[in-house]
Design a protein around this ligand. Sequence first.
Ligand code: PMP
Length: 355
Amino acid sequence: MSKYSSEILNSIKAYTPGEQPRDKKYIKLNTNESPYPPSKGVIEAINKSEIEDLRLYCDPECKRLKELLSDAYNVRPQNIFVSNGSDDILNFAFMAYGKDGAVFPDITYGFYSVFAELHNIKYETVPLTDDFKIDTGMYLNRNKLIVIANPNAPTGIDIPLEEIEKIIKSNPQSVVLIDEAYVDFGGESCAELTEKYDNLLCVHTYSKSRSMAGARLGFAIANEEIIKDLEKIKYSTNPYNINRLTQIAGAVAITEDDYYKENCKKIIQTREYTANALKELNFTVLPSKTNFLFAKSDIISGEDFYLKLKDRGVLVRHFGSERIKDFNRITIGSYDEMVKFIEITKQILDEQRKA
Ligand code: PMP
């Protein structure tokens, strides 16, 4: 750190993104990207004239994108906020709504604690149950900023909508942020509850089910007043936060939703194939409603498995924290990639048995 930096900056532990190595071609199962490309229309829409228009600023209001999203999610454009990846929305929400503190699970998306610390917010983490579920009763009547990923990451386990509604209802004095980054792979969205509850902030991303992690596009659905708060932060920091190409790609993708829904179905099937194959190899596999599996072997440590996979050209995500150190988070790739992953896993386990 430089000698000029603030106390907070000196003290926070920044988020560590998943590896994006360039040294060789990996089967990349470590950052929950889609194995499928964006839809045809998206690729065609980013054409030469759009690229030439990059000299011009983009629409700060993202009007077209908001209109299409509001139609797709059955809300009004005033109920939509779009952002540079959903991480931006999480950041803004901690900035805006953390004054009375925040509550989130002990094992969840690592960025929540980083944002809390960055904004000097006191936060409490609630342990997951022994079977790695979110203990929903612990989030009732807290009246602090509640942040829940549903389905949760890195466990992949979801919470039924009734439980989410109880949490929203019992915290009328605070915002309840439901991070639905992975909801399209089998979870239940709370988006429509935003009409009923003015404290609900439902957050989505194009990074997973819509194959656009590199475009950086997220969106929130909420009561108009919450959207105005988020807009105010955006206009106080970076009004042109979604570039021209991303706005176009995001709008066209919404009109081609069938393609993305079909991809989600394929990913769910491949997930079930992979989960069963891992269970046959004696892995404990948590029940996932996402595009990844959280799994641990009975004979090899999480770290050794991660390293041996990497040696053989397969990247998965390993987290070092005590309770989950024997697990790895494995993104669901294409069917062929997962067949290869299982084949390599078998070789690693055979070697381990002989050692
Ligand atoms: N929420 C969760 C639970 C995630 O896993 C991620 C992806 N790392 C995000 C939000 C952020 O996604 P993005 O900024 O790419 O929209």
